[in-house]
Design a protein around this ligand. Sequence first.
Ligand SMILES: C[S@@+](CC[C@H](N)C(=O)[O-])C[C@H]1O[C@@H](n2cnc3c(N)ncnc32)[C@H](O)[C@@H]1O
Length: 248
Amino acid sequence: MKTLYVIGIGTGNPEHITMQGIAALNRADVVFIPTKGEDKAALAAVRREVCARYISRDVRMVEYAIGSRDDSVVDYGQRVRDWHDEIAGRYEEMFSQAPEDGNGALLVWGDPGLYDSTLRILEAVRRGGMDFEVRVIPGITAIQALTAAFAIPLNTIGNPVTITTGRQLAAGWPEGADTVVVMLDGKRTYEALDPDLHIYWAAYVGMEMEILIEGKLGAVREEISVAREAARARHGWVMDIYLLRKMG
Ligand SMILES: C[S@@+](CC[C@H](N)C(=O)[O-])C[C@H]1O[C@@H](n2cnc3c(N)ncnc32)[C@H](O)[C@@H]1O
């Protein structure tokens, strides 16, 4: 049976990948690298760099284009489901090229378990009748890279942490939360929040062009928005994450 390694590679620093990830990469007969779009091009470059640095045997690299979500589909859930179906079709096509009893590797940004649909899509491909084993190698998440960059703990003593998206946070502050980590926020949701919150904001965290800004939200939010837009103009894409904390 074919085995597919789903390897978390961290958030853009080639040194984020674990020894376990490197060992799995070196067991692969074929490595699948997603491309397309300006941000995807930069992310594909990181994946190629990881392969160039750490693979020490002959491996076939297969680059594949992922389409974008179709914004003309009004229902968000449906839009995502359609998009996943399309990717599932691509995966099926690609994996059928991997040798029988061979190993494939998919390199996933950060950790495959956090705001990433690869594992859900692979489950759908297997339900569709394709037989292969999935082995997951964990990676450094953007959350770990963020808290490490600021040298802060994720949680306050004994308290839970809410991890959410900009879309969800726009609907209201999570009940009872003192620490909220926000990912996938293309709309600068922090701009409209309580100015007394403390924000730890990072763009391209772990990468060479990393930007870090921290402070009382009311005092730094404009600085963040200016830095964010300037960075997007400069690089053609931006990925950011932030942690909000109620102080005192
Ligand atoms: C689709 S999720 C993927 C998360 C990833 N699986 C992880 O473990 O971090 C993409 C979101 O992760 C965050 N992210 C990923 N890499 C980042 C980076 N280098 N700098 C800042 N945020 C990042 C951003 O919030 C981005 O919108």
